[in-house]
Design a protein. Structure first.
Length: 380
């Protein structure tokens, strides 16, 4: 943690400048500092939530005076026109610094994430179910890897129905859908979904026809005595970045225009959605992949003159996703499960023989729970 050494009020009190022992000085605006004051009149002592609203902050708020206490590692600010005195710790100021070089228009991803391919995914993050339940340190390490790679495995899970929800509860909450709290992935006749057959499934994200989509998917193997049905996962963010490198125009088409997705169940289920296959935040952060050949509905949001190029881009993206060099392949054995960030990592299976039995169970959960668990475990 670098230390602040001195402090200056600048722009007639509209901001402060904090000098650091290491690194360039950092600026903070008076409005921003007032809004984020940590005193008990601004934030509830009990729950930490903000008690004031933006309209409670005077438009002409400025800093009358500022002092630094290097021993206490804090600064104290006096505001005008409301005569408020507020203290901030060095640590808080550093963690919440925003005086960074402004982002240009480049595509970027969260710095906690690491993209991977077959060659670079050396060790798949894996944990034993018992360890995940009993060892918080190992659980935290594994959850961080799950977040970082968008993919992880678990071994030693009970080969019993419903276990998949116990796995979800290790780091979050089950998302119930029309498929139930959890679902059997078995080959059935008159299957309501192609996943419930013995056909192969191209790498895909689940349920793109749902809005919001489930952001975590867990698949757990209970039985397997058939040939085939091997698993494969692909980093969709890596595939998107590869597409961008190959053909920026294609990348732009898939991120600019929405595809449509749809699923019609037997009764009372008709899900429809509209998402770009490659999702970007307004500041060009790569945030989501929606890709599922079985569920793409007629795409009607691409103008006529762009549609053929859009299809070329879609084909190229699919080619990249299908490349063996992109995939991590594995066999899911009874007692194993794998978890994916369903907004990033695609999963696939090879076809399998009808003879013998294969029984997987799956369930959905969400990433907010995962991130919350990582945060709270990190503080222990
Ligand atoms: N199941 C397994 O998103 C999909 O339609 C893939 C999902 C039916 C819940 C299969
Ligand atoms: C699914 C799915 C993979 C498998 O059910 O969504 O992708 O191995 N299943 O059966
Ligand atoms: Zn799936």
């Amino acid at each position: 943690m670098s230390l602040f050494t001195s402090l200056k009020v600048i722009n007639s009190g509209k901001a402060i400048l904090l000098y650091r022992k290491y690194g360039a000085p950092l600026r903070y605006h008076s409005t921003w500092l007032r809004d984020n004051a940590l005193d008990s009149k601004t934030r509830d002592k009990n729950n930490g939530q903000r008690l004031i609203s933006i309209s409670d902050i005077p438009v002409n708020i400025c800093i009358k005076s500022a002092s630094i206490d290097v021993r206490d590692k804090s600064i104290t600010l006096k505001f005008l026109p409301d005569k408020k005195e507020v203290k901030f710790s060095f640590k808080w100021l550093e963690v919440n610094a925003y005086d960074k070089k402004s982002n240009n228009s480049e595509i970027w991803i969260n710095s906690n994430l690491k993209v991977w391919s077959n060659a670079t995914m050396k060790n798949v993050p894996v944990i034993n179910y018992k360890n995940a339940k009993s060892n918080k340190k190992l659980l935290l390490k594994w959850l961080k890897s799950l977040h970082r790679y968008g993919f992880a495995k678990m071994t030693g899970c009970e080969k019993k129905s419903g276990t998949v929800t116990k796995i979800a509860k290790l780091f979050g909450y089950v998302r119930e859908t029309n498929y139930g709290k959890w679902f059997d992935v078995k080959s059935k006749t008159n299957a309501v979904n192609l996943a419930y057959t013995n056909l192969g499934l191209q790498a895909h994200t689940d349920n793109p026809y749902r809005d919001p989509v489930p952001t975590i998917q867990i698949l757990h193997c209970i039985k397997k005595s058939t040939k085939g049905g091997d698993s494969k996962v692909v980093d969709g963010f890596n595939a998107a970045l590869k597409l961008k490198k190959k053909n920026k125009k294609y990348f732009n088409l898939l991120s600019k225009y929405c595809s449509r997705f749809e699923f019609k169940g037997k009764k009372n289920v008709h899900l429809k959605s509209r998402f770009p296959m490659i999702g970007l935040a307004p500041d060009n952060e790569l945030i989501s992949i929606h890709f599922n050949n079985r569920s793409v509905a007629p795409i009607v949001d691409v103008p006529y003159k762009e549609m053929l190029n859009y299809y070329k881009a879609y084909r190229k993206f699919s080619d990249i996703i299908n490349k063996p060099t992109m995939a991590v392949n594995f066999k899911l054995n009874p007692g194993d499960c794998f978890i994916v960030d369903n907004t990033r990592v695609l999963h696939a299976r090879t076809p399998y023989r009808a003879k013998g039995s294969r029984w997987l169970q799956g369930c959905y959960a969400d990433k907010d729970g995962l991130l919350s668990k990582i945060s709270t475990l990190s503080k222990i």
